[in-house]
Design a protein around this ligand. Structure first.
Ligand SMILES: [Zn+2]
Length: 141
């Protein structure tokens, strides 16, 4: 059993609201979002952070972040998007598996990092909406 919560619950698909998956990356809803629609993108293989992730996985994670950002703008009627990730405990990295946050933001609302409560059924619904939308962007390639 892996020590890593993402390898254990997300890569296995056991406990995740996944909206995108390919050989390199998995996109899913953050279970503890700071805003409605807060998504995470991770490499399907375990890397700790920006220092050890291999370039193929790194580039694919960030490529998918572009499509996810566009999808979140539409699905959540956002006005902007935060894309970011933390590397190392002192940089507030909590889960030691590389992950990129993609967070929809709205004009007139504070940009905070406080977690909000979202039900399991709501997260499931959000993942479905993003899954449908992201495909339209990828089909345009
Ligand atoms: Zn892991």
């Amino acid at each position: 059993m892996s020590e890593c919560v993402f390898c254990r619950n997300i890569v296995t698909g056991k406990d995740a609201h996944i909206f995108y998956r390919d050989e390199y990356v998995i996109g899913f809803m953050d279970r503890f979002p700071v805003e409605k629609g807060h998504a995470l993108i991770i490499p399907a293989k375990h890397y700790v952070n920006i220092f050890d992730i291999d370039l193929d996985h790194y580039l694919r994670v960030h490529q998918i972040a572009k499509y996810v950002s566009q999808a979140l703008m539409e699905v959540f009627e956002a006005d902007g998007i935060n894309v970011g990730q933390n590397n190392g405990e002192c940089a507030r990295q909590v889960v030691m598996h590389y992950h990129l946050h993609v967070i929809p933001r709205h004009c007139g609302r504070d940009v905070t990092w406080e977690r909000i409560m979202v039900s399991d059924s709501e997260l499931k619904k959000q993942a479905e909406l993003i899954r449908d939308k992201i495909q339209t962007y990828m089909d345009k390639l």
